[in-house]
Design a protein. Sequence first.
Length: 648
Amino acid sequence: MKQVRIRIIDTEIYQDVTDIFDPSIIDLTTTENQVKKNSINLTYEGADDKFQTLMASNLTFSLLVRDGMDGKFYHLFTGSESRFRVDLLDERNRLIWRGYLLPDQYTEPYKSPTFFVSMTATDCLGILKGKDLPDEYYTQRRSVIDFIAKALQLTGLEQDIYFCPAIVPSNNYRWDQITVDGRAYVEKDDDDDLEDIAPDKDSAYDILERLIHDLGCKLFTYEGKWYIIGVNQLHEYVIHFEKYSSAGIFQSTVSVIRPKSSVTFYSDPMISVQPPFKTVELSVDYNFENTIIDKGYYERQNEEEDGDYQGFVRQWKMVGTVGYVWLPRDGKWIHERGRVRIAYPKIISVSGWKIESNVRGNYIQLRDPIWIEASDFPAPAQKKFLEVDLELICYTTKATKAKFEKDEYGGVIRYEIIHNNNVIASNFPDSPVYDTSVLEVKFSDSSNSDAQKLNYVETRRNLTGKIKIDKLQITQSGYLNVVIYPPVLLNNYDPVFNEVGISTLKIKVLTVKKYKIKKKRRIDYTATHKVELFHVDSRQDNTNRNFRFNKPGLVEQRDHRQNWKRYGWSGNFRYGECYVRNIHDVQPGPHIKIDGSALGIISPLHLCEFHWRENKTFIPTRLDLNFSEGKTEITMIEAVYQSLTDYE
């Protein structure tokens, strides 16, 4: 028997309670006095392997009612999951475990002079399934530690976080300096006809589980702390933690020496041998937004609060002596109190006509070029292509069909697509890529105007240039830009065209959608382990699932995103390869799993020693601590580790 003390604290008035009449300390210093024998059990849910992500825990106990009073502890049944805190203390008054009473469970027998009331407290990880993070966490990029800390705060347990990662970046940034995008945890139903339908949000539990899983770690609470330990650190006797506050603020590095003791079983335990994995397969969906440029870059549907000019400069910038004009789409105008204004939607255009000798150096281009990675995969590289759909338009009142047929307007509309400072598409006659980039030019000679109610619709003569490029291969990594030039006229005294508008501009990236890696060892065993990640290490920006670096005062180096190493080791690998190597490393050969009833109380932080053929060290993966009888039902797995190199 291990002496323990249970305290139930009303957090609203912050004092200990025992029953409805006596709001004083509930002193359970001996199990015989007020708690039913065999009723104090602390359970850590686990698994038969080392890869369990969340090791949730709960405490069950039964309180004695000596006077037969009905509902003596009924006041603890409040429906509030963070009202009554439960502290489990040892004989020296040191905290073993902390949680909250479940608000929706209360059991007692009816009409008995002396009886016990069963109660359950939990670490509240389970209740996170019904909780969302604050709204801003679904719209912003925040650090990985910030997301984890905010989810854990929703349990109501304000506990420090002790974090020992399994994988770290090669640039030695901490995980509170690595961000993820909260928009990745929001799912909009594309089948909804109404745009204002609230999207589905991942619960705090889902987000926490995904992050801990993808970090390759295990999470549990013990002694008033949250422990997050990398799977490749579970065998270590001394673990070096990054200590964060409950709010996710880095405080210091801390070394923890783990308790280590030999295990004695009440009866013969069950011993099983687990094989090593020959093959580990990992996959992750990049969740790429394939369309990187669409009508949001050139079309306006309504008045924006910051004005039309700001609507332009957010996407484009002017170079040289050009201007911009918002053109009416399809010639639509609206009569309004004696004046005419442009109807929506309207499109952006570049104005300030030029001639062949001075058109260079005068254009509009994307204000923020878009990074395109040549390949998201290691060698042999996967090919990546761009799909381009472009249509430019010039309205006119002077141009004629006859001059168009004489090819006087064939060079009016000009564009370029630039990647990594190389022109990859251009219809300038002297461009080496002209033959594959020439526009299909058409002239419409029809014009008409019609006034109906408040709408005045004018169809004007126009010149259009259109091109559809199905597969424009990307061979180098670099920034993508789109350049649109003003009208290029034959002479400077007859401006038949004044501006070039963007009627259609859509660019998509065509690539493999999943990152996959398979590593096989040169061993005779055949077991295969498959794992799927949610987060990814892409250098590409058109995914909201990638890790990015954010260190105050430093500009992110994009190459860092794909350079990682296993904690404690050197090297530069993709994140997925580090993850796979860790799985292989923690079970390099046949290893032992033991299930049994052990003498004494064993914590989740323990390292256990047991002799089977030889002395071995084990990691607890499932626990049921019975404080009344001083024993632990345990599943433990051999703490083997080896940095492997025997890959095919």
